[in-house]
Design a protein around this ligand. Sequence first.
Ligand code: DX5
Ligand code: ZN
Length: 229
Amino acid sequence: MRAKIAPSILSCRFAELGREVRAVDQAGAEWVHVDVMDGRFVPNITIGPVIAKAVRGVTSRIVDVHLMIENPDRYIPAFVDAGADFVSVHAEASPHLHRTLSLVRDLEAGAGVALNPSTPLSAVEEVLDLIDLLVIMSVNPGFGGQAFIPGSYEKVARARALVDAHRPGRIEVQVDGGVSPKTAPGLVKAGATVLVAGSAVFGHPGGAAAGVRAVRSAVEELPSGERRV
Ligand code: DX5
Ligand code: ZN
């Protein structure tokens, strides 16, 4: 499976949102990642369904909504209505994860669970039948541009083994936080199939399209046999 790139608009120039999303779309990014924060589950506030809808309006790529919010059930329908293809919730914020994921599925969106760096993979073991996406956070969620936590390579490898043992080829393993041309090759080698990249893409000195190409060429330079494309 070719690794997919999911630029996080959190690091884009919001006054130029449409232009930034079109740039990553045309540069070949397969997904667009939308980070939603509530100032409660994480110490930052970002955006809501109206921005997800604006993104949906300018791209036909996969719109991937990452909810870093308490009580996600209350807002999931609004994000699906806005055009989200995938909605991920945090296991730590969802005491009734089975119900929450069932809600996403009932609304016919892809269902994801995100795990903070301190949360063990066992948090998803009982809901593997209900997920399409497992998000391994490689920073503590809340901000773009943070340093990658090195133990994440090994956690991604264990996540890949877990999903392959349960439902081979059916669950994407996404890694989110500090993904760059430097960290991406090891993550793909460990089994990540979706790479979220915010600052590495939108903070690239050559612009967002150059940022997508830089991540892409880093993962496609892996020696054959190590490449999951
Ligand atoms: C972190 C967000 C990430 C973030 C990634 O809380 O979930 O998606 O935007 O940004 P970078 O790639 O800069 O670490
Ligand atoms: Zn995210």
